[in-house]
Design a protein around this ligand. Sequence first.
Ligand SMILES: NC(=O)c1ccc[n+]([C@@H]2O[C@H](COP(=O)([O-])OP(=O)(O)OC[C@H]3O[C@@H](n4cnc5c(N)ncnc54)[C@H](OP(=O)(O)O)[C@@H]3O)[C@@H](O)[C@H]2O)c1
Length: 280
Amino acid sequence: MILVTGAGGKTGLAVITAATQRGLAVRALVRRESRTAAAQQAGAAEVVVGDMTRAAVVREAAEGVTAIYHIAPNMNPQEMHMGQMAIQAAQSSGAHLVYHSVLHPHTEEMPHHWHKLRVEEEIFMAGVNFTILQPAPYMENILAYWAAMQARGVYAVPYPPDTRLSLVALGDVAVVAAEVLANPAAHRGATYELVGTAALSQGEIAAVCGGLLGREVVAEEMPLLEWELQAQANGLPALAIHTLSRMFAYYGRYGLVGNGNVLRWLLGRAPTTLAEALRG
Ligand SMILES: NC(=O)c1ccc[n+]([C@@H]2O[C@H](COP(=O)([O-])OP(=O)(O)OC[C@H]3O[C@@H](n4cnc5c(N)ncnc54)[C@H](OP(=O)(O)O)[C@@H]3O)[C@@H](O)[C@H]2O)c1
């Protein structure tokens, strides 16, 4: 049995699906009862409902498991505390800890990356068996812009069109997660950057989307302030707006460039392309 935390979110469900397909039995830790059905549909054999900021919840959920796949919620101020809860649960259960980190956690300008680096540091010092996965932004995030691209032919992002970002298909990340969970000893102590594409400009991403939509799509920069006002109007919490704004500013200044060699090696095949991921 393995434990997946943050199991009711998009990453968690993808990891449960891939792990189950790999023949692993999964216990899913979800925050709300209403996510139980989704976790079961993804293949979870057991579902625990609880708050992963609470030590007893995570410790009890980890009882008897051989591995913990720890996923913290996106941009959460308690990421470091949740990481500590997962570490303590790995210590008490003796389970191998797999931490779902992020590409380039070393960037202090992006708080949610920086918090992940600090969790990685604590894992190194905790004396547990571990593997760290550092995925690039998911290709599937682009689907949030799909309707606007279809309607207006514009891919509007809050950074310049020539910003280069490496992306990865969530499905590929989940396949690697399942491989690590199935063979933890073989991946003990490893930190893997998971990158699916050479860094693409926003113009190149728009062109791929246009090809799939059968219409011209161009990338345009939306001023960051306009994005922030729109996010506020849509009810996004202030902390998420602040964190995302810093991420977009960082992207605009430096891009986010990784390399796909490690993912290719782990998959034993070429990573999924952007067009394949968006086609579904
Ligand atoms: N998205 C990307 O492109 C990307 C790329 C690389 C790495 N990552 C990292 O991947 C991780 C997961 O991202 P995601 O987009 O899959 O997140 P997500 O969809 O927001 O899922 C997070 C899950 O955690 C649950 N959760 C929140 N607080 C909890 C608590 N206190 N106790 C138990 N469960 C709790 C949420 O439950 P509710 O449903 O109740 O809110 C949600 O189901 C993040 O750490 C992110 O930084 C993401």
